[in-house]
Design a protein around this ligand. Structure first.
Ligand SMILES: NC(=O)c1ccc[n+]([C@@H]2O[C@H](COP(=O)([O-])OP(=O)(O)OC[C@H]3O[C@@H](n4cnc5c(N)ncnc54)[C@H](OP(=O)(O)O)[C@@H]3O)[C@@H](O)[C@H]2O)c1
Length: 302
């Protein structure tokens, strides 16, 4: 079968298409004929340096996928752990522990389905951790991205009110997703700008960019919430001074989490798939993601 393998970690050209033996399922595993694989920043990070993932070359990246179970033909989607997975899904077939795949939402095509498990589960798990009540004001840093555009949709469906900063070009798209208060990300302190525009402090902030918490925390109310999926950096003492719940979130895989995501899809959650690439152009997809400004998800179709 064709597979994308990293033999020498490095830039996008480290992603090489090779022929590998078709993998066989061991006990408790299934083989999935892969139809589509979503691209995420963690793919690029692990491609460049697999030490955080805890694997050694050669290895494959690509952690969220959609396909059909070999044998039964069931349409499934899945999410592989972003750490400890050596042979991820960028191949014609992938062997997966049975507990990490689930029936994919009815009526969802493979490309759309493959764009959801990693970013969607991250968005869902982040909101679940913060447990905000209806009407709460949430500032989202990185709302235009793969995780962000899904988190905004989920937050609005929970009755939260969302503030988000982006480039002016992305304003209309964010407002169409449900952002209530748009801010220009050229502002050096979007959290301060948000609380000034609202006339009160924020109930919560979520950092999907990195490095945004330190400046945001002074604008979150006492007993409020803050979450990051990227880093905990800077002087975070304000989280103590304001008695904030501070969450560092790493996405968890598993059928129950996929089923929770499927319920959100049934309620209308949809990713924006910006482009698809054949397996041979995986390096191109990584280059595009790393260049920024994608505005949604990229998907590989083996
Ligand atoms: N902890 C976890 O489990 C987990 C899970 C998924 C992702 N992540 C991490 O979370 C981050 C986001 O992932 P993603 O898939 O959403 O990546 P992405 O699709 O690249 O999205 C990042 C978004 O942030 C925007 N952005 C960059 N700087 C900004 C700023 N100063 N203000 C407002 N927006 C800004 C980018 O816009 P432009 O492209 O226009 O600059 C882009 O839309 C990555 O670092 C990823 O590795 C962590």
């Amino acid at each position: 079968m064709r597979a994308v393998v990293v033999e020498q970690p490095g830039g996008p050209d480290a992603l090489i298409v090779v022929r590998r033996a078709v993998p066989e399922a061991g006990p408790g595993e299934v083989v999935v004929a892969v139809e589509a694989v979503g691209v995420n920043p963690v793919d690029c990070g692990n491609r460049a340096d697999p030490s955080w993932a805890g694997v050694e070359a050669p290895y494959a990246v690509g952690y969220e996928f959609a396909g059909r179970t070999v044998g039964t033909g069931e349409e499934v989607w899945g999410l592989l752990p972003v750490q400890g997975t050596r042979w991820a899904a960028l191949a014609e077939r992938v062997v997966v522990p049975a507990g990490l795949v689930a029936p994919r939402p009815p009526g969802l095509d493979a490309v759309t389905a493959a764009a959801l498990p990693l970013a969607g589960c991250t968005a869902l798990q982040t909101l679940d951790r913060m447990a905000l009540t209806e009407g709460a004001w949430l500032l989202v840093h990185g709302a235009t991205g793969g995780v962000g555009h899904l988190l905004v949709q989920l937050a609005r469906r929970r009755g939260l009110r969302v503030a988000a900063a982006s480039r002016p070009d992305d304003r209309a798209r964010l407002e169409a997703l449900g952002v209530d208060l748009w801010l220009d990300r050229a502002d050096p302190d979007p959290a301060r700008a948000a609380s000034r525009a609202l006339g009160h402090e924020l109930d919560a902030v979520v950092d999907l960019v990195g490095g945004q918490l330190e400046s945001s925390l002074p604008h979150v109310r006492v007993d409020g919430h803050a979450a990051t999926i990227v880093d905990l950096s800077g002087d975070l003492d304000r989280a103590i001074d304001r008695n904030l719940d501070l969450h560092g979130v790493l996405v968890r895989a598993g059928r129950d989490r996929l089923d929770a995501l499927a319920s959100e899809v049934a309620a209308g959650l949809r990713p924006t798939v910006v482009a698809t690439y054949p397996l041979e152009q995986t390096a191109e997809a990584h280059r595009r993601l790393e260049a920024g400004g994608v505005g949604g998800k990229l998907v590989i179709t083996p």
